[in-house]
Design a binder for this molecule. Structure first.
Ligand SMILES: NC(=O)c1ccc[n+]([C@@H]2O[C@H](COP(=O)([O-])OP(=O)(O)OC[C@H]3O[C@@H](n4cnc5c(N)ncnc54)[C@H](OP(=O)(O)O)[C@@H]3O)[C@@H](O)[C@H]2O)c1
Length: 267
């Protein structure tokens, strides 16, 4: 793009206009989003931990959720970031309500939720009790947390944001996976748009779809990264940066950002 003499004149007129205003009426160079408290589910380790660290660096007070009461990683991370740890086994019915109440007690100025906790499985079929747990952790709990946040903020006349962690493999056309895990992430993908409409203007709701960031911790589910357009796997920090951007993007809702080094557009 070429900058002409006319552009330079306009820019200097704008700069002069800014400086001629009284301090109170001066036009801000950028509109600054003021972060408050955010709950990150499954925040003690791996991608969740990177999200907690990135959001803290952006000025958020982070509430670090882990499954097991007293989880040492969650306690240490919250301590280091000046946040709070909270604990809940999200496979239990109703756990999301308890977790939200604990989060409010820990951080009354809660404005955002990052639904990161998930059960991963490559199995095409699961025994009914495991399938039910996966559905509760991956779908019911996140939907309920976002609903509770929206209700809480609407009651107070405040606004906030939410992010669902999806998976880039559900974005590929044709869809290559039909596992219960993939189905759970597809349900969240639908929720991104449905919740964006349902909870506007109180909440902006967006999704981040990571590609092959980290291999699963258990050997059973260990898999190769697969083909990508860009030369490296996305890092936890790449995913965390996308989450941070979307939580603070005042004019973006109902969108999904794939952080997958191009994997989802490869056919
Ligand atoms: N890793 C990847 O490359 C990749 C790729 C695509 C999408 N994703 C998505 O990105 C997100 C983070 O990925 P990740 O690999 O870091 O996830 P992960 O390690 O598989 O799981 C994240 C957290 O979920 C929590 N969790 C699982 N079951 C729970 C339960 N019953 N109650 C409460 N918490 C529970 C665990 O918390 P505790 O540690 O406290 O038990 C765990 O730390 C997930 O939503 C995942 O589906 C990841």
């Amino acid at each position: 793009m070429q900058i002409t003499g006319g552009d330079i004149k306009l820019m200097s007129m704008f700069r002069d206009a800014r400086h001629s205003l009284s301090p109170a009426r001066r036009i801000p160079a950028t509109v600054t989003f003021r972060p408050r408290a955010v709950l990150v589910t499954g925040g003690a380790r791996r991608i969740g931990r990177a999200i907690c660290e990135a959001l803290s660096a952006r000025g958020w007070q982070v509430v670090v959720h882990a499954r097991t009461p007293g989880d040492e990683d969650a306690v240490a991370l919250a301590d280091r970031l000046g946040g709070k740890p909270v604990f809940a086994d999200l496979s239990r019915q109703g756990a999301a309500d308890g977790l939200f109440a604990d989060t409010l007690a820990a951080a009354p100025d809660i404005r955002a939720v990052v639904c990161n906790a998930a059960v991963f499985s490559t199995a095409m079929e699961l025994p009914p009790d495991e399938a039910a747990k996966l559905a509760t952790v991956n779908v019911e709990a996140p939907l309920r947390l976002v609903e509770l946040l929206a209700g809480h903020l609407a009651d107070r006349g405040e606004r906030g944001s939410a992010a669902y962690l999806l998976d880039c493999r559900i974005l590929r056309q044709p869809a290559e996976e039909d596992t219960p895990y993939a189905a759970s992430k597809r349900a969240l993908w639908r929720a991104v748009r449905a919740d964006a409409v349902r909870f506007a203007p109180t909440l902006s709701v967006n999704g981040v779809a990571p590609g092959p960031v980290l291999p699963p911790a258990d050997a059973e589910n260990r898999e190769k990264g697969g083909p990508m357009l860009l030369p490296r796997r996305p890092s936890p920090g790449d995913v965390a940066a996308a989450v941070g951007f979307l939580l603070e993007a005042g004019a973006v809702t109902g969108q999904v950002l794939a952080v997958d080094s191009g994997q989802s557009i490869l056919t």
